[in-house]
Write a protein that binds this ligand. Structure first.
Ligand SMILES: NC(=O)c1ccc[n+]([C@@H]2O[C@H](COP(=O)([O-])OP(=O)(O)OC[C@H]3O[C@@H](n4cnc5c(N)ncnc54)[C@H](O)[C@@H]3O)[C@@H](O)[C@H]2O)c1
Length: 288
């Protein structure tokens, strides 16, 4: 047991959209978290964003009543995160960046500590080549914002061991999430279906058939989606979406996954969605 009286303590790599969200969820359920990124400025901003997400999650009633928040440590040193019971990697969706981070962190951990990639699309078995013990390695696909979405897609790689899967499931249960296990392939289930669909929605906007507001209104009003595809793109982050589509295109050859020119232009111009304040919509000072 950790000093915070929870069975698990997490180390999370990457203080971006997902690292911040998973950290806020874990703290809200009382788990201690060590959040690691490559620079102190990012980490300072992340502390404030975590605090805001915790506040929002409490207002929305998605955290357990009366739970003492877990302790948060932010650091640029991977060594400080070596005592975790589970490590979750949520760094940029570039295979070489993930491989380097996973190699470093897995070498520091005791055998039997699950190392989990929160990749959107890169096959787990491909990344498993870079970790010290492939049997301890598997994937999750937490969605944004983690405190609001109760289910987590879990990806079992070809070399993932039963013990790692069981430990990850117990941590997800402690986080109040329901795991659903799928097999390994580019994009797994959700990204393989959702990301090309969003790419098509961007194409519809680019071709002038309808503006983003109308596309989203049709998906929400006619198809019953909670959030339309362009608002979802802004929530994901347009840079991350483009990276994920590239991963899918390179590994499947599916032309529908080739990132659309309008999407790439927005990324080039720094319009990344909610996290930068503008994407397909404007966000005046809202939470990322
Ligand atoms: N954004 C979403 O909605 C979403 C949903 C599910 C999964 N994902 C996946 O989660 C992962 C993270 O996505 P994101 O949207 O949070 O990205 P992001 O661009 O917002 O953040 C990535 C963070 O990783 C940090 N980083 C880069 N290299 C690092 C290293 N070696 N060590 C520590 N930190 C490092 C960066 O500084 C940055 O803060 C990606 O694999 C993405 O595909 C994203």
């Amino acid at each position: 047991m950790s000093k915070d009286h929870t069975a698990h303590r997490l180390t999370i790599l990457g203080a971006g959209v997902m690292g911040i969200g998973i950290t806020a969820l874990a703290l809200g359920f009382g788990l201690p978290v060590t959040l690691v990124d490559v620079d102190e400025t990012t980490l300072a901003a992340a502390r404030e964003k975590v605090r805001q997400q915790l506040k929002l999650a409490r207002i929305m009633g998605t955290l357990p009543d009366g739970a003492e928040p877990g302790e948060l440590v932010t650091t640029v040193s991977l060594e400080e995160g070596a005592e975790a019971t589970v490590v979750i990697e949520a760094v940029t969706e570039l295979a070489e960046v993930k491989a380097a981070a996973l190699a470093k962190v897995s070498a520091l951990l005791s055998p039997g500590t699950p190392v989990v990639t929160n990749t959107s699309s890169i096959p787990v078995d491909e990344l498993a080549d870079s970790v010290a013990r492939p049997e301890d390695f598997l994937g999750t696909h937490f969605m944004n914002p983690p405190y609001l979405i109760p289910m987590v897609e879990v990806i079992r790689g070809r070399r993932t061991g039963a013990a790692a899967e069981a430990t990850l499931k117990s941590a997800l249960q402690e986080l109040g999430r329901t795991p659903l296990v799928v097999n390994d392939n580019p994009g797994f289930v959700t990204s393989r279906v959702l990301h090309p669909m969003i790419n098509d929605a961007v194409r519809v906007v680019q071709e002038g058939t309808a503006p983003p507001e109308t596309v989203d209104a049709l998906f929400e009003g006619c198809l019953g989606h909670r959030t339309g595809p362009l608002r979802t793109a802004d929530l994901i982050g347009l840079d991350n979406l483009a990276d994920s589509l590239r991963v899918l295109y390179e590994r499947t050859g599916d032309e529908g996954c080739k990132p659309n020119e309008l999407l790439l232009r927005k990324v080039r111009e720094g319009d990344l969605g909610r996290k930068s304040g503008r994407g397909f919509y404007e966000y005046g000072g809202q939470l990322s």
